[in-house]
Design a protein around this ligand. Structure first.
Ligand code: ZN
Ligand code: ZN
Length: 254
């Protein structure tokens, strides 16, 4: 047992001595590319989420008019989220894994030929993605249900007329299409990008990754304190985003 531990420590030490260090310029370029890529998918998510919330609002208002107090069909809402998020986040996960592994083991370029066929996601990656989308869908739906319930109970408690209660419902959905769509889109795209990078490093046979704090002026103390910290790949899951709107990322430890 002691010997095994000794060998592991020795390996860790030699790895530390021979670790490739990335320059601040490299980190900056990497981070910009990483965030720019994530932002393209974030915009697609925002558009799709806005459309989902708008459809839910129309449905909720018509149910309200019909005298119902059950304004959102939960399983329908969950299905809507899964349908919109799955294609976007599947693409992003593929791209992120490819980028992570290409960073270490660049795939041979096929000059003058068509690009090599796209590699499908592994069963493991697909399982993670489905689980993440399901969990986010449940949480998003639950929050929307709560928001509608609050609008109704406040309106009824005040003895408001139907048009006034409808106004409250519309106000909740206005928050969904603006602020919430952005927060959800950013959280889910960063989660996917970060996990994809880790999966890519794993494919390239690395064992560790370094936390790179977002290089913009919005950086908070918590993320700043994690900057440069080395994690075993198995310990990276769920660490990024650290909070809503976190744009930190993993860089490889080679
Ligand atoms: Zn932060
Ligand atoms: Zn952060």
């Amino acid at each position: 047992m002691h010997l095994k531990k000794g060998v592991a420590n020795y390996r860790r030490l030699t790895k530390l001595l021979y670790r490739k260090t990335f320059s601040p310029d490299w980190k900056e370029t990497y981070w910009r590319g990483y965030v720019t890529r994530a932002e393209a998918y974030e915009r697609r998510m925002i558009t799709a989420l806005k459309a989902m919330f708008t459809a839910q609002e129309t449905e909720a208002l018509s149910k309200l008019n019909a005298g119902s107090r059950d304004l959102l069909d939960k399983s329908e809402a969950l299905a809507q989220y899964k349908k919109l998020a799955t294609p976007i986040l599947t693409d992003l996960l593929k791209v992120s894994i490819d980028n992570g592994s290409n960073l270490i083991k660049p795939r041979p370029t096929h000059a003058g030929k068509d690009a090599p066929p796209e590699k499908p996601l592994s069963a493991e990656a697909l399982k993670w993605l489905r689980k993440m989308i399901d969990a986010a869908g449940e949480q998003i739906t639950e929050e929307t249900v709560q928001k509608i319930a609050r609008a109704l109970s406040e309106g009824y408690a005040e003895g408001e007329s139907m048009p006034d209660i409808a106004k409250r419902v519309r106000a909740e959905f206005a928050d969904c299409t603006a602020r919430r769509s952005q927060v959800i889109a950013r959280t889910e795209t960063i989660k996917t990008s970060a996990n994809g990078a880790i999966e890519g490093y794993r494919e390239a046979d690395l064992q560790q990754a370094e936390f790179l704090a977002a290089l913009d002026d919005r950086i908070c103390d918590e993320c700043d304190s994690l900057n440069g910290k080395i994690y075993d790949l198995d310990d990276c899951a769920g660490e990024i985003p650290v909070h809503c709107n976190c744009r930190c990322c993993w860089i490889p430890v080679v």
